[in-house]
Design a protein around this ligand. Sequence first.
Ligand code: NAP
Length: 459
Amino acid sequence: MTLQTYFMEATYLVASILFVLSLKGMSHPETARRGMFMAEAGMFAAIVGTLVGTEIVSWVWIIAGLTIGSIIGAWMAIWVPMTAMPQRTALSHAFGAFAAAMVGIGEFIVRGSELGAITRGALGFEVMLGALTTTGSLIACGKLQGIIHGKPIQFRGQNIINLLVALSMVGCFVYFWMHPEAAAVFYTMLGLAFVFGIMLVIPIGSADMPVVMSLLNSYAGLASAATGFVLGNNVLIIAGTLDGFSGFILSVLMCKAMNRSITNVLFGGFGSVVAEATSNVGGVMREISLDDAAMQLAFANRVVFVPGYGLATAQAQHAVRELAELLEARGVSVKYAIHPVAGRMPGHMNVLLAEANVPYSSLYEMEQINPEFPSTDVAVVIGANDVVNPDARDNPKSLIAGMPILEVDRAKSVIVLKRGQGRGFSGLENPLFFKPRTTMLYGDAKSTLSHLAQAVQHV
Ligand code: NAP
């Protein structure tokens, strides 16, 4: 081994350790930022190690790639708003998976017939998974951005067609593995994988996109691990496997949070808006004035804020913290209830509230806070809808039946901050808004919270 190779292997070891530590760090909001920096440092070490330890064919392509990639990455990090983070992540998965597929195609062209059986298998796997993740992630991105309709696209015989496409793709993979010179079969497998990625994601509604995305994340990771096998690159194998399995674990955890199985997410067509699936909705929504709401809050003993997607769109995280501080100064106990799928990405509410310096000790997970609602004087729902929909608990026919919710309807009083009659992601009506203990405070969450804070000061 040359000195350069030693250096490369050493940086790979350091990078791998940093990746493991970064995952550990990201498992808690308090250490998540540090975890992110560790991942960045690990990636930087891996790139430097590769550049030093590998024979460089052309610096021009590498510098061009680094420059274009850095510009696009910086542009995305600076300009893409927090609310568009899920689609941005989907786009990143598409890029990563496409890169893995391209490396596989390149390897096939350069030394396809020389590869041993195991490497050939890894190459086929990499190209297949990379290609289907590319198109699947692009469709997911389009659905989340609203470019493609968010409703599930379903037609008669869809599962059979999907199965046929999947079987043909796997058949081509096996044939290519046995006959590596069969270029036509290899490219047919590639084409089928692109088609399969589309077919896999179009029948899934946008409400289920986060689960799909973490599954696609897992596929992109496994494709990268396969790339590592093909190129004999250890850091790719380790990083890809970590990515693959953490993505899978996240998918399982999210399914648990929505009380659904992965099979149900992939083949259930959830997210279609079926109006008659909502029951028990009747009566009127009662409006509350700003001053009355401020009065309730100022004289309460216990207040729980329940943030949802509307908090993110309104960017109301600072406004809620300011109101909370005013209430606490008056001796009110203030807590924040965090639902695992509130917002549009895992940990969305934690990230927003952390940005506004809300102390972690004030954030309570669903299981912790639900028993406290009956003794809560006022639950303030800020732009949340599906995650507080009692139909999920009470109506077995509801499309979100079984999804665990924040049981705000058990609080002594509920004030809902939203702009109007807009529905949540699932498109369902929410019986909470019609309950006798619920009152509605209409307006953009940020300005409503600021006005509430002013009103509380005058109580
Ligand atoms: P939600 O059900 O989507 O409801 C958001 C509510 O916020 C809407 O009813 C809307 O009503 C209100 N709103 C929007 N902008 C507002 C503003 N500027 N000010 C005040 N209110 C505003 O949100 P959620 O309760 O957080 O539930 C999340 C949903 O998204 C779940 O169905 C979940 O499964 C799904 N999902 C989650 C993730 C994830 O990983 N967290 C990702 C994708 C999808 P108005 O229009 O009347 O204001």
